[in-house]
Structures are given as structure tokens and as C-alpha cells.
Design a protein around this ligand. Structure first.
Ligand code: THU
Length: 157
């Protein structure tokens, strides 16, 4: 028996101004997308923004429903919209911002397992790394690829 380790590294920024220009744009888009949230049950507003290979930014926000499983997270709302409207373009980056009443939460809204799996598949589809940017009031974390938030990805497709 051998004990193995998985080491994950990521970048942490204390302010959006430290980021490269295209990431700054994506962070701002994710924060503005929070206003599209429909969250009458959790009252937690999440915005997501996906940057495509041609620079297009597609936004999404969480949409809740009285039949709970019928709602959808911000990340999948954005990715499915990008996939449906721009099927020939690659998704190169996704930024996520969460909070209440338009105010960013203290801790980053980390994507649920289902959203990570969907990110993983669009990353596999494009064959290029999709970076993941998680935004909170006090810091921004950037992961270079989906593998960094979903080790041991299921990708046998
Ligand atoms: N939510 C997202 O949209 N993305 C996340 O990363 C975490 C959670 C939504 C689902 C639900 O509408 C609300 O936030 C509370 O969990």
C-alpha cells in the first residue's frame, strides 16, 4: 500500500485590479449577473460569466423553482446558455460571484458537484483548460483548470 497525495495550487487576489484585463472583465460580468438571480427560497444570489474563445461573455444566474430540483445554479445556467447559443466556440473561463441583496458574500460561492462535472465536460469538449474564478468580498481565487476543483474527473466519453 502506498499513500499518494493530490496537490492543488491556485492564485489568490486581494483585488480585481491585480488580475489580467480579460479576467477583470469576467469578474465584473459575474458580479453584474447576480442581478438576474431568481432566488425566492434561498435569497442567495449567484451570478456566473463564461468567456468564450472569441471573447464573447455569456452570463447566467441561479433560477429557483417551487419544485426544488427543477431550479438551476448560476454556473450551469451560463454554461448551457453558452453551449446552446455558441455551440462552435470553446468555453475558456468561468467566473462565479455569490451574495445576498447584491452584496458579495465573505466566502466564495464554490460550485456544486453537478456544476463541476458540467464544467469538466465542456473543458473536455474543447480540449483546452477552462479556468475557474471564484469571487468573494475579500478575495478572488483563480484555478487554472477544472481539474483543480474536481480531482479525478469522470471523463470516459
Ligand atoms: N448556487 C449557485 O447558483 N451556484 C453555486 O455555486 C452555489 C449555489 C445557488 C443554488 C441555489 O439557488 C442557491 O444558490 C442556494 O444554494
Amino acid at each position: 500500500m502506498e499513500v499518494k497525495e493530490v496537490v492543488i495550487s491556485y492564485e489568490e487576489y486581494s483585488d480585481v485590479s491585480e488580475m489580467e484585463a480579460c479576467d477583470q472583465e469576467l469578474v465584473k460580468a459575474a458580479i453584474s449577473a447576480m442581478s438576474g438571480a431568481y432566488a425566492p427560497y434561498s435569497h442567495f444570489h449567484v451570478g456566473a460569466a463564461v468567456r468564450l474563445s472569441d471573447g464573447t461573455v455569456v452570463k447566467g444566474a441561479n433560477q429557483e423553482n417551487a419544485a426544488f430540483p427543477s431550479g438551476l445554479c448560476a454556473e450551469r445556467t451560463a454554461m448551457f446558455s453558452a453551449g446552446a447559443n455558441y455551440p462552435d466556440r470553446d468555453m475558456l473561463s468561468i467566473a462565479v460571484a455569490g451574495g445576498v441583496m447584491g452584496r458579495l458574500a465573505e466566502a466564495p460561492a464554490t460550485p456544486c458537484g453537478a456544476c463541476r462535472q458540467v464544467m469538466a465536460q465542456y473543458q473536455a469538449k474543447s480540449g483546452k483548460p477552462m479556468s475557474v474564478i471564484l469571487i468573494s468580498a475579500s478575495k478572488i481565487q483563480k484555478f487554472a483548470k477544472v481539474d483543480d476543483i474536481l480531482p479525478f474527473i469522470f471523463d470516459s466519453i
